[in-house]
Design a protein around this ligand. Sequence first.
Ligand code: 4AD
Ligand code: MG
Length: 483
Amino acid sequence: MFNNRIKIKELLQSEAKGQEVIVMGWVRTFRNNQFIALNDGSTNNNLQIVVELGLLNDTTLKRITTGAALRVKGNIIPSLGKGQKVELKATNIEILGDCDAEKYPLQPKKHSLEFLREIAHLRFRTNTFGAVFRVRHALAFAIHQFFHQKGFLYIHTPIITASDAEGAGETFRVTTLPLDGTAPKNDDGSINFSEDFFGKSTNLTVSGQLEGELAATAFSDIYTFGPTFRAENSNTTRHLAEFWMIEPEMAFYDIEDNMNLAEEFIQYIIRFVMQNNKEDLEFLDARLAEEEKQKPQNERQEFGLIDKLKFVIENNFERITYTEAIDILLNSPAYKKKKFKYDVKWGIDMQSEHERYLVEKHFKKPVIVRNYPAAIKAFYMRMNEGCEEGKETVAAMDILAPGIGEIVGGSQREERYDVLINRMKQFNIPIEEMNWYLDTRRFGSVPHAGFGLGFERMVQFVTGMSNIRDVIPFARTPKNCEF
Ligand code: 4AD
Ligand code: MG
């Protein structure tokens, strides 16, 4: 009874030959008791439905309010109005769900993104979020298509784990032990996790990489695409406590191969969206232009959204070493005029102001920075040979994107058993517990590499949304876990 309907996106592309169809959707507006703008989420373009005088009684007409759900039968006819080629001349309208216009939070006017975040359960019904989430879907689909075409296996790595892959200690604990002080304790007063559900201390995963490496050393090329969790207390426009990450891992790859794949991958998924979500991008481009107009001249972005995306797929990313990046920063007018809040010198973990200077002011395009100081990167990254003493580096690479900063983090992995053990000791990684990981280095170890793309940061980049909370359906951030 319901699945004989046509979606509005398809209807709007049909020829108007008077054919009879059924559509369903939610009312956006109802003008002059005559024109309904109906939306079903398949496109931002509403279908204009013409209600002829006398088709409906007054009671029914009053129930056609913004937000109400309708089933409409009618004939597709050429539209006389501006803005659309076709419209639907209604022959029957059924109200599936009433919507009290007085109480409905979404009025047919512009709402602020902040307000819409508070009603995130309804914001899917707005043009902005319609476009954002269709683009998010398209990116996810393109990601699977890209890797599938290249013969990569999609591996589902665990969400509950006993390891902290990044070693940053920013994990959410998973436990069934009581929190009322009655949890079993060891002699030294610490919690005795051997009595916990898994018989050990466990947490939500921060990255699927380590398990991904196990699979890559059998299937050659794999990728993960799943949720990851970080208890970083960062209240910024680029951090979520729960975000999705894509992590390819490739055997027989070095850092150079890794950078090439990452660049090709990013360009592929952007191209896919440009080809398949033209209307959504045009909408988001116009939205961003409007937003930019509110800013002072000197803070505005140079490119519009679509021009920026075109530029990214048509030009190679800039590639520099960490040492070169630091030199650029030290020689920059911003540094000389003391415009940076954080100090610059070899060895620092670059702050977002530094990364943004490099991509937005200096190169004006995505930049891949490689060979970071060993001291600031994870234990599994491969030590570079022949480094000056005190300036040891690892074969790490980060991709920095205009407006976002770090979008990809990756590296060639340390495949040499002895070197890896030394690094683990330096970082106080419990070697006993990581035997499963070390087995890949014991049995047929190979050069391999991989990277992680933050999915929401990618969606931000492609949609031009400035706050990461607006590109995931229900954001989890410090002190916020609604819906
Ligand atoms: O640089 P990260 O921490 O790298 C890893 O987790 C590696 N294990 C990846 C790998 O080599 N397989 O994170 C990778 C990316 C970052 O570049 C960023 O885009 C995103 O994940 N990311 C976040 N996105 C949203 N909110 C957060 N709190 C994020 N933390 C990292
Ligand atoms: Mg990183």
